[in-house]
Write a protein that binds this ligand. Sequence first.
Ligand SMILES: Nc1ncnc2c1ncn2[C@@H]1O[C@H](COP(=O)(O)OP(=O)(O)OP(=O)(O)O)[C@@H](O)[C@H]1O
Ligand SMILES: [Mg+2]
Length: 256
Amino acid sequence: MIRLDRLELTLPSQAGDVHILRGLDLAIDGGETVSVVGPSGSGKSSMMMVVGGLERPTGGAVTVAGHDLGPMREDALARFRRENVGIVFQDFHLVPTMTALENVAIPLEFAGRRDAFDRAAESLDKVGLGHRLSHYPGQLSGGEQQRTALARAFATGPKILLADEPTGNLDGETGRQVIDLLFDLCRTDGSTLMLITHDPELAARCDRRVQLIDGHITDDGRAPAATHKAATHKAAPQQASTQQANPGTSAARKAG
Ligand SMILES: Nc1ncnc2c1ncn2[C@@H]1O[C@H](COP(=O)(O)OP(=O)(O)OP(=O)(O)O)[C@@H](O)[C@H]1O
Ligand SMILES: [Mg+2]
């Protein structure tokens, strides 16, 4: 579902080029829930932006839901995001001048759904906010705002849900409720989840844990024999038999 091959991201800054992502290899299957952990500044959000088609890689390849994002033009990327990806941010990113219902209806309207407002109301109902449709973000609690953002992210039934520290601005109990909801929605829809978090307990709730340090993946949460390197190295017969011993690996990678 998500595949990174030698992915690089280098951005200019006043102090010179910043090598943010330094050759990432990663394969995530459809329906997997994966946490992304690592120190501040290690490149977690940047990786998520590339996977979501919001930032273009400067090297390597990124394939998401069968789309090779590298060569895609802006309009194609926008369509890709609309059709495949839901995103939740730490600070909610709701439009302050729009009601909860209008916020959730945005992606549905962009997708050309005539029933955008009915679907948005359903989506808000699912996150327990059926009684807050006409409230503006400023009239909602933090937890309610994040649930609205979840309703918006899931409204179009995305294959992939990207969440960047979704509980970072919430107190413990509210955060737990939002996370329970996030996992419920992913399970119901069969969505693939990439969840950035600093919370080890939260990371442990995911199927896999990917660790980034200084722009490198230092642990992709898979057994060594199934890592990208082992699965893609050519030639050596010994390695070929390793591949055969793990038939799921290459098949799963193709599916991703
Ligand atoms: N637009 C940009 N231009 C230049 N450098 C950037 C840009 N965006 C991010 N960076 C740098 O890239 C590095 C990785 O940033 P990123 O936001 O991906 O880290 P992170 O792992 O999400 O950190 P945190 O846990 O603090 O959110 C940081 O050193 C940051 O300063
Ligand atoms: Mg970040």
